[in-house]
Design a protein around this ligand. Structure first.
Ligand SMILES: Nc1ncnc2c1ncn2[C@@H]1O[C@H](COP(=O)(O)OP(=O)(O)O)[C@@H](O)[C@H]1O
Ligand SMILES: [Mg+2]
Length: 313
């Protein structure tokens, strides 16, 4: 079971779209994929469920918010599996190969959970209080450990557009980070900022782990691996990204993180058109050949980078 967190400080850079499309494509090739929506905006959830379905069937007792609320102190880890849902439309499109796509849905009030967890941490300064540090930051890792390793081949975590407690918890639970970005100035700045914050968090986490090695001997050192930066919403002219975007793509290559060769083009009609269908573009039958090829190349590169040889890994 490989765990990949999809992170970026900024909203609107394609995190959720990539999560849904990569997850659905890999599931289509016969893999068991679990997606976890940690963003209170719940866009990933609403790309698989209509809002009224969410309200009627999930909102009260089957979202990640209720899973967080099921925690009772440090001694009991609530299982995640009762909170996994099987979105019907996408699954009916992929199950022929034995694959499946599960989703732990989000909740619009997940922000309340974040505030409670931040309060439990007792402030942002590491020297102030570290009593509940791992109780908080290890929660998602502990939740994922309640699965059997063979339950899922891949877990994709869609993070909120910030580097708050919940995003950091995802960082502490994942093997790799995938960083979607748009080729513009703000996104490139955002990536640099993210890399700095990541390093700082890992340093802090490892320092607390050293300090508490007697109380928490099982905590492994954190060494976040960036799977890569993926450029999305790229505009092309004559087969190349437009001139205004090229410097930002080049700049990203000088940062301390790998950059995917594959990129996703801007296609308002297809990506916006997928909204409300409960089916990611990659599974749509009317997707143009160029876009299909592009997404396929991206998924192949993704699989290579997580160490899976190919679609049949
Ligand atoms: N390649 C693309 N081309 C055009 N629009 C896109 C593309 N990828 C995503 N979008 C649209 O941009 C908006 C933001 O994307 P989203 O994946 O929700 O970003 P994030 O999760 O980072 O906030 C959504 O409306 C989505 O449909
Ligand atoms: Mg999103």
């Amino acid at each position: 079971m490989k765990v990949v967190a999809v992170v970026n400080y900024k909203g609107g850079v394609g995190k959720t779209t990539l999560t849904a499309n990569i997850g659905a494509d890999i599931a289509r090739w016969g893999k068991r994929v679990l997606m976890i929506d940690l963003d209170p905006q719940a866009s990933l959830t609403f790309s698989f469920y209509r809002p009224e379905e969410w309200r009627a069937n999930l909102a009260d007792d089957r979202t990640v918010k209720e899973w967080f609320e099921a925690w009772r102190g440090e001694s009991y880890v609530p299982h995640l599996s009762p909170f996994v849902t099987t979105p019907p439309v996408v699954n009916s499109a992929i199950t022929h190969n034995g694959g499946g796509l599960g989703l732990v849905a989000s909740h619009l009030s997940l922000g309340d959970v974040e505030m409670n967890l931040a309060a439990r941490l007792g402030g942002a300064q590491v020297h102030r209080s570290t009593r509940y540090y791992f109780d908080v930051y290890q929660r998602l890792a502990a939740g994922l450990a309640t699965f059997h390793p063979h339950d899922y081949d891949l877990v994709l975590i869609d993070c909120p557009p910030n580097f708050g407690v919940i995003t950091r918890m995802a960082v502490a639970a994942c093997d790799f980070l995938l960083v979607p970005a748009r080729p513009d100035e703000l996104s490139t700045l955002g990536i640099e900022h993210l890399l700095t914050r990541l390093r700082r968090f890992a340093w802090e986490y490892n320092r607390v782990a050293d300090m508490q090695s007697d109380r928490h001997p099982g905590v492994k050192r954190l060494d976040p691996q960036i799977l890569g930066i993926v450029f999305t919403m790229v505009q092309y002219y004559g087969g190349q990204p437009i001139t205004a975007m090229q410097p930002h793509i080049e700049l990203a290559k000088s940062l301390d993180a790998p950059v995917f060769d594959a990129m996703v083009r801007e296609s308002n009609s297809y990506f916006a058109g997928a909204a409300g269908t409960q089916l990611p573009v990659v599974l749509s039958e009317r997707i143009p050949r160029g876009l299909a090829l592009e997404l396929r190349t991206l998924v192949d590169e993704f699989l290579r980078r997580i160490g899976a040889a190919n679609r049949g890994y």
